[in-house]
Design a protein around this ligand. Structure first.
Ligand code: R5P
Length: 289
């Protein structure tokens, strides 16, 4: 079984193909004069693993076209970053449930879906086919372990990320805690001090997504005021919009660690092995070898 991918998931897809000892199908892309996307795939097997993160609208359209081009309802779809997952409810009358709309479109023409640290697990129920989510928390934990920090404190920026922080911390038996976050606007957040003392400690703030960087920048500044020795940031999905990286470094963050669900220069952790391990599990074995 071969792997195929959209343009913005090439590196992860190639690592996945290597881990599965298979190859990546070549695809030719172009655009019609009006800007509409076109693609044509190389030769496919009966079943294909399609890999595409919903990084932006172009990537979403390309993924929809690719699923259609692969044209077998036996295919597996891997969506490393499921964009639009944050609008998972109708918060105000007249709003779309964007996560459901995107999930339903992506379900047409595949037999199963895998996501990586999807923002809300409930979104899995919106797919029209069986969907499972895998977590890179152990991989982030391993990466932090390799940094050889002395007695690091793993912090979630809000209570919602506490389980994730606990999973990361379990890799090294480290302390973990969460901050109290109140979102003031799209880019501004307010942080209340945490219970555990950060003084003289290396702190790693972990979250599923870093978008504008506002959450972690605010947390970093507060932690330094409390006497933290140094602050690191680690996330699965480095959306890093609007100068987020610069903002984080300006707030004293020593390093920003992301995975390759979104392919960035600072994608230091690959989701490939974790996805490959999932595909080698007994319930996948028969179909996606
Ligand atoms: C929110 O619930 C997410 O888990 C992240 O905390 C959020 O997306 C981070 O956003 P930003 O980097 O813009 O503060």
């Amino acid at each position: 079984m071969k792997v195929i991918c959209t343009e913005k998931s090439q590196i992860l897809a190639t690592s996945l193909a290597r881990a599965l000892k298979t190859t990546v199908v070549e695809v030719k892309y172009s655009r019609f004069p009006d800007g509409e996307q076109y693609l044509i795939t190389g030769e496919l097997d009966e079943q294909t693993i399609i890999v595409g993160s919903v990084v932006d609208n172009d990537a979403l359209v390309q993924l929809i076209l690719m699923v259609d081009a692969c044209d077998s309802s036996e295919n597996l779809l891997v969506v490393p970053y499921m964009g639009y997952a944050r609008q998972d409810k109708r918060f105000l009358p007249g709003e779309p449930v964007s996560a459901r709309a995107v999930a339903q479109v992506l379900s047409r023409g595949v037999s199963e879906i895998i996501t990586v640290n999807i923002h809300e697990k409930e979104v899995l129920n919106y797919f029209g086919v069986p969907a499972r989510n895998i977590s890179l928390a152990p991989d982030i934990g391993d990466y932090i372990g390799a940094l050889n920090l002395s007695n690091p404190l793993i912090l979630a920026p809000d209570e919602g990320a506490l389980v994730f922080a606990e999973e990361v911390a379990s890799a090294g038996g480290w302390d973990f805690d969460h901050l109290e976050k109140t979102r003031l606007s799209g880019v501004e957040v307010k942080m209340a001090p945490k219970q555990l003392c950060a003084a003289s400690r290396s702190v790693v703030i972990v979250d599923d997504i870093i978008s504008t960087g506002g959450t972690i920048a605010t947390a970093s500044e507060m932690l330094y005021q409390q006497g933290a020795k140094d602050v690191f940031a680690a996330c699965v999905h480095g959306v890093l919009t609007g100068g987020a990286f610069v903002r984080l470094i300006a707030a004293g963050v020593r390093d920003v660690i992301c995975s390759d669900t979104l392919e960035r220069a600072n994608s230091k952790i690959s989701a490939a092995n974790r996805i490959a391990l999932t595909l080698k599990m007994p319930d996948y074995n028969k179909k996606f070898r």
